[in-house]
Design a protein around this ligand. Structure first.
Ligand SMILES: [Zn+2]
Length: 253
């Protein structure tokens, strides 16, 4: 079900165990060759493919395209909610549904900079409603929603998501090739690097990349993009089926 299509009495009539999915993405630079709306376009397509399997059992809020993209602000065109603003926004979005009795809330994310805020927003809400035993507050990012959603994608060079990389460029080549600028075969590699692993080094994009991408976009193809979309959508459907089937108590569900 699409929230934007419903009247408030229709929402009122829903079973309060209906999972509410809050899709969150971004509008930020994606190198010289991809559009700034890449993350929102890609999450929108993953959702479009996942929705038919979940149609009557899950309530989908509209995609929130403004994300936490502070680390990309050196590049024009990037729009960002500052981290604390974004954290409060996510918490409020989820709390709107908690206030009306919904118990299963899922942030479905499509942007790396939103991972920590989404986890923190659900953490804070769980502490606020700490006496409740019927809440399921989740955050997940589409490329890690399954154990290995890229397992069936042939010929991948990258083993992890980068930025405007082989994976994202492949999916835009599949979804909106007219938005890809120039010949991706000529885009230079930008290695991931390992920084201070296993420590986590805080970064801004110019620490890691001058053109704005990270990874190996020259290996992108629309065929890989199709397989990536299929794998990610299947992972999202499988996860949401678990949320629908949750018995309200089990930890290891
Ligand atoms: Zn991206």
């Amino acid at each position: 079900m699409e929230l934007f299509e419903l009247s408030w009495p229709a929402v009122q009539a829903l079973d309060r165990d209906t999972p509410v999915v809050l899709p969150i993405a971004a509008l930020e630079q994606h190198g010289h060759h991809l559009p700034v709306f890449t993350d929102s376009l890609l999450l929108g397509e993953v959702l479009r493919r996942a929705k038919p399997d979940l149609d009557r059992r899950v309530l989908f809020a509209p995609l929130q395209w403004l994300g936490n993209s502070e680390h990309h602000l050196d590049f024009p065109g990037t729009m960002s909610a500052a981290p604390r603003t974004y954290l409060d926004t996510l918490r409020d979005m989820a709390e709107n549904f908690l206030a009306h009795g919904f118990r299963r809330i899922v942030f479905l994310n499509g942007h790396g900079g939103n991972i920590v805020p989404a986890q923190q927003a659900t953490f804070e809400l769980r502490q606020k409603y700490r006496a409740r035993r019927d809440l399921l507050l989740l955050s997940t990012t589409y490329w890690t929603s399954g154990a290995d959603p890229v397992r069936d994608v042939p010929g991948l060079e990258q083993r992890q998501m980068g930025h405007a990389c082989e994976w994202e460029t492949s999916m835009i080549l599949r979804l909106a090739p007219h938005l890809v600028v120039g010949d991706v075969k000529a885009v230079p590699d930008v290695p991931f690097g390992r920084a201070f692993e296993p420590a986590h080094r805080a970064w801004v994009m110019p620490d890691r990349s001058t053109p704005g991408h990270i990874g190996l976009p020259r290996f992108a193809t629309p065929e890989k993009g199709e397989a990536l979309f299929a794998g990610f959508a299947a992972a999202v459907v499988a996860l949401m089926n678990r949320v629908v089937a949750w018995d309200g108590r089990e930890w290891d569900a």
